[in-house]
Write a protein that binds this ligand. Structure first.
Ligand SMILES: Nc1ncnc2c1ncn2[C@@H]1O[C@H](COP(=O)(O)OP(=O)(O)OP(=O)(O)O)[C@@H](O)[C@H]1O
Ligand SMILES: [Mg+2]
Length: 228
């Protein structure tokens, strides 16, 4: 099977039905596919909360994965302009650490990366509407960046409604839902195909891949399950 959307450099905003459902895995796989085709591609995680000190560098797993997959190597501060140490919701982390999120700074970093690449894959934070400031959330960010959206659906109980609500939220902002990826985050989910079908029947955008539960999941492995 092939999907023409992967035949050219593809900039997109990767969101998900929830936190911990495979956005980083899928976003990194999307970057990996493009890098393998020889495109100048980089990942971006505008806001990340939760970092460990390794040597002299604060390291966040999402940022590491996106950077590893990217063919264009960039400074970490550009890839992740807001990296917080505390693993809590971003607006809370920003309060705790005394550094508020300025959407314009994110846009500036994005534009800078755009000047150095052919495509950027931006990973959101948690689900689609995670507050970043008092009046700006991750959905607003997707709008500001004007990127088509790829929705990662973490296959677990409750995911059908989460997927449909997220689709509505994407459409109601005038954004394009490029497609969705079904990701098996648990090895013991019942009735996977039935759940998939229920979503397929209700989301017009194409299913771009179905990633099974993978032991020691890696983005290069996950990329094999994306239609290309
Ligand atoms: N298909 C899969 N098979 C096995 N493990 C998976 C799969 N998809 C994701 N995981 C694992 O689940 C965890 C969460 O995945 P990931 O970090 O990609 O989620 P996320 O949506 O980006 O989370 P966050 O909201 O924290 O950014 C990771 O440890 C990842 O390796
Ligand atoms: Mg992530």
């Amino acid at each position: 099977m092939s999907s023409p959307i992967f035949d050219q450099p593809l900039s997109c905003f990767v969101t998900g039905t929830d936190t911990e459902i495979g956005k980083t895995l899928v976003a990194s796989a999307l970057i990996h596919l493009q890098a393998k085709r020889g495109f100048k591609v980089a990942g971006m995680k505008p806001v990340a909360a939760g970092a460990k000190l390794e040597g002299e560098r604060w390291v966040n797993e999402d940022v590491e994965s996106l950077m590893l997959a990217s063919s264009v190597k960039l400074d970490q501060n550009l890839v992740c302009p807001y990296l917080y140490r505390t693993p809590v919701a971003p607006h809370i982390a920003s309060e705790i650490e005394g550094r508020s999120i300025e959407p314009d700074h994110i846009i500036k970093s994005f534009n800078e990366i755009q000047g150095l690449t052919e495509s950027i894959v931006v990973e959101g934070v948690g689900g689609f509407r995670v507050p970043l400031t008092k009046d700006f959330d991750t959905a607003d960010l997707a709008v500001k960046l004007n990127l088509p959206v790829i929705l990662v659906v973490g296959l677990r109980l409750g995911c059908i409604s989460q997927a449909l609500l997220t689709m509505e939220a994407i459409h109601s902002r005038g954004l394009k839902l490029l497609g969705w990826v079904a990701n098996s985050v648990n090895s013991d989910m019942h009735k996977v195909q039935e759940n998939l079908l229920a979503i397929r029947e209700r989301i017009e955008a194409p299913l771009l891949g179905q990633v099974p539960y993978l032991t020691n999941a890696s983005f290069s492995q996950a990329a094999n399950y994306l239609l290309r």
